[in-house]
Write a protein that binds this ligand. Structure first.
Ligand SMILES: C[S@@+](CC[C@H](N)C(=O)[O-])C[C@H]1O[C@@H](n2cnc3c(N)ncnc32)[C@H](O)[C@@H]1O
Length: 275
């Protein structure tokens, strides 16, 4: 309660925030209202899924995949299912496949200091698999350690190209293993993949930095690849009202992807001479 009150006091537009919180609770408004005002339950998921669907459409695709790395109880995966339905209805010509990756048993043993054992412990966030399966409508669970399941994922599931990914494995080691999947052949992905990294901002407790945890994995990925880079979408920084999750979004650019240079902007552009 005190934390909620504090967050309103710290918000530069507290009344706007209150109105949107009420709208979110009662699920008020059409898709455009909720997307524009970030009043979806998980606006970060809405952003990566909707923007990736728009990109897929411009590339001429009809079906795309969204992945969640780290499912735990399953609230995120269920949110993805709801959003997929809303985006499919809104756009009419794009469909989602949804995959959730998890050990099913909670966090594995931390490998070293980069997994931040001062913050996380083995066994945190176990899954009630039966309860989750009973609630899921379409998402597929890929259970096991990512170091074992990543290798044959594309062969085994033949997913539609991956367009959006939520990374919530907490650890450096697990995130680094998930990022290795970007080394699979380019046709498994869109040339630009919208990603959300949950554990990149945190608080004075986690003290996330470029050498450990998810930020460390992103940093090392960028250092170890020349034609693939994870970059924040600079555009989000220009929005007049900033949301904390804007800082947790990265786009995976695959510069040598066969479709990276496919033209997707408006085809009729002209700058007429002004008066
Ligand atoms: C914080 S929870 C995910 C929460 C979920 N995204 C949500 O929004 O409700 C992190 C999850 O990552 C999973 N995880 C971490 N490392 C893993 C690994 N190496 N392989 C598979 N799952 C892993 C854990 O089992 C845990 O359930």
């Amino acid at each position: 309660m005190i934390a909620t009150l504090k967050s309103y006091v710290l918000d530069p537009y507290p009344l706007r925030r209150l109105a949107l919180d009420v709208a979110r609770r009662v699920d008020w408004g059409n898709f455009d209202f909720k997307y524009f005002n970030n009043s979806f339950g998980r606006p970060n998921y809405a952003y990566i899924m909707y923007e990736s669907a728009l990109l897929a459409r411009r590339l001429g695709l009809k079906r795309i995949s969204v992945l969640e790395f780290g499912v735990a109880g399953g609230n995120g995966l269920i949110a993805m299912e709801r959003l997929a339905q809303e985006i499919e209805q809104k756009l009419g010509d794009i469909e989602f496949d949804i995959y959730g990756f998890d050990t099913g048993k909670g966090l594995p043993k931390p490998e070293d200091y980069r997994d931040l054992p001062y913050q996380w412990k083995e066994g945190f966030f176990p899954m009630d698999e039966d309860a989750l399966r009973a609630k899921l409508k379409r998402a597929k669970l890929v259970l096991g350690d990512i170091r074992d399941t990543a290798g044959d994922f594309f062969k085994k599931y033949q997913p539609a190209p991956v367009a959006a990914v939520s990374h919530d494995f907490d650890y450096y080691s697990s995130t680094a293993a998930a990022l290795q999947m970007f080394d699979a052949p380019g046709n498994n992905f869109l040339p630009r993949v919208f990603c959300y990294f949950d554990d990149t901002v945190g608080s004075n407790l986690e003290l996330y930095n470029e050498y450990t945890g998810q930020r460390g994995a992103i940093n090392d990925f960028n250092q170890n690849h020349t034609d693939k880079k994870l970059c924040p979408p600079v555009y989000l920084k220009s929005r007049p009202i900033q949301e904390p999750w804007y800082q947790q979004i990265y786009v995976h650019h695959h510069f040598s992807h066969p479709d990276y240079c496919q033209f997707i902007a408006e085809s009729n552009q002209q700058l007429n001479l002004g008066h």
